[in-house]
Design a protein around this ligand. Structure first.
Ligand SMILES: NC(=O)c1ccc[n+]([C@@H]2O[C@H](COP(=O)([O-])OP(=O)(O)OC[C@H]3O[C@@H](n4cnc5c(N)ncnc54)[C@H](O)[C@@H]3O)[C@@H](O)[C@H]2O)c1
Length: 437
């Protein structure tokens, strides 16, 4: 018998789950109902997928009818892909109705909501999976294997630099992510991926976090101080002017962006193309974080959101040697069908040529060696397709512990939540003071 799923939050990311159920996993999964605040956006995405996969229509519910959807279809699992700040509401309501949950990262955005998920999970015993696709990439798996098998001994420190470029990085400043209340800021929304990787690679838990951050590039004030004056609130308000703006996107020129966001604007009040040099923006675009882990490893981590290229540099120092690599990622505009919506004057080569990263392992008193690993294609470095297989077909062989439960989900956001608190207070934060497991 096929497992029954309902989905809540039918926006850009939901497409990956819906197409996986209608396509590769139709033998084991059935989508019984979908729910979103915006009927227009939900209909666009469902119609597109039903047409593509020749699938019958799916019952659609507004957000006020989420419980009705669960009572009517009695799903085994609810997939949560709403805006981050509402994840906890749907995770907890689904568990209380006896459903397991698959939630997009970040599991939630602050410690109070995180505690509510922990308590509800304990109370109900339901299963919560957080979809950490980066764990599944072959390069991340190889790093896990090298550390697990003791190639560099015990890891004593990590230096981790993540840069987001002026396409993908800027995109977080065009919509809801730019308000901390919605996303927890980049420390929670984006860095949850990175902090999860570190927790998983080191097999440890963050203990003490200290952070400093700034909004130094995007936003009205920064633009003014650099002599930039782009007066429109949304790029589609003034297409002629925005054509000359390298940070603009034209959501009318892309079929998906128009159908999902522009056509739903009036109904939902959701603007997908806000000016990155307009206000208000209250998240940081530059952050430095120091973390001490329970196993005594230390990490220095930085995030920058206006780099010319996107990806990361990472170095692990261990008691037997050192492991390092640099990974440059191709980026995309979330939800776009193609790259055609980009401003005319933007250089195409801000999207880097795919660079195959080289993992360098150097043991003490030995020459460095390049470590071979499986090369992959597909969304998020090949992580998406592997993750979906585990989710829908079940975890077969989990030698490396790829599958992330709610404790992993919680631990990954706690570094970012602690970083936010540290930025607010100017003090180091003990992660144990944030929530009780
Ligand atoms: N793992 C990844 O690599 C990855 C990539 C992209 C997005 N995501 C995650 O997926 C989630 C969705 O992101 P997105 O890019 O699709 O955003 P989106 O804005 O395109 O879609 C979010 C949808 O949620 C709906 N919504 C908002 N509040 C709601 C509420 N209270 N009740 C019901 N529906 C509500 C919106 O109308 C919208 O349709 C986010 O949590 C994001 O972090 C993860």
């Amino acid at each position: 018998m096929r497992k029954k799923y309902c989905i809540v939050g039918v926006g850009g990311r939901s497409d990956m789950f819906i197409s996986a159920i209608f396509g590769d996993h139709i033998d084991v999964a059935e989508l019984c109902g979908a729910c979103d605040r915006s009927r227009v956006r939900m209909k666009f995405i469902l119609d597109k997928n039903c047409e593509k996969y020749e699938h019958p229509e799916i019952p659609q519910y507004g957000d006020a009818d989420f419980d009705t959807m669960l009572d009517t279809h009695k799903p085994d699992v609810v997939i949560v892909t709403t805006m981050d700040c509402y994840h906890h509401e749907y995770i907890c309501r689904a568990m209380r109705k006896g459903c397991d949950v698959i939630t997009e990262k970040p599991m939630t955005t602050d410690e109070v909501k995180c505690q509510e998920i922990i308590d509800t999970q304990k109370e109900t015993g339901q299963h919560v999976t957080v979809t950490f696709n980066y764990r599944y990439t072959p390069i991340a798996t190889k790093v896990k294997e090298l550390i697990m098998t003791g190639e560099i001994g015990d890891v004593t420190s990590v230096h981790f630099e993540w840069v987001l470029n002026t396409s993908h990085g800027a995109d977080y400043f065009r919509r809801w992510h730019r308000e901390k209340e919605n996303s927890g800021g980049l420390m929670v929304h984006k860095s949850t991926h990175h902090f999860d990787l570190i927790n998983w690679w080191l097999d440890s838990t963050p203990e003490i976090v200290f952070a400093q951050g700034s909004l130094a590039f995007y936003g009205k004030e920064n633009a003014k101080s650099r002599g930039l004056t782009y007066d429109y609130a949304h790029y589609s308000d003034d297409l002629d002017a925005s054509k000359k703006d390298s940070f603009a996107i034209d959501i009318l020129a892309d079929k998906n962006l128009k159908g999902m966001y522009k056509d739903a604007e009036e109904e939902s009040g959701y603007h997908r193309d806000r000016n990155v040099f307009g206000g208000p923006i209250d998240i940081e675009d530059n952050v430095c974080v120091q973390v001490k882990y329970e196993n005594n490893a230390l990490m220095s981590y930085t995030l920058n959101a206006h780099s010319p290229w996107e990806g990361y540099n990472i170095m692990f120092n261990g008691t037997k040697g050192r492991l390092e690599f640099c990974l440059k990622e191709n980026t995309y505009v979330s939800g776009a069908e193609d790259d055609i919506n980009l401003a005319e004057n933007r250089e195409k080569d801000t999207i880097v040529e795919s660079v195959v990263p080289v993992i360098v392992l150097q043991k003490h008193f030995q020459k460095p060696v390049e470590v071979d690993y499986e090369k992959a294609v597909g969304g998020h470095g090949g992580g998406d397709v592997r993750l979906l297989k585990d989710i829908f077909k079940g975890v077969q062989d989990d030698t490396y512990g790829h599958a992330a439960g709610f404790v992993d989900g919680a631990k990954s956001i706690l570094t970012g939540i602690a970083a936010n608190k540290s930025m607010r207070t100017g003090m180091p934060v003990n992660v144990k003071d944030l929530v009780k497991f």
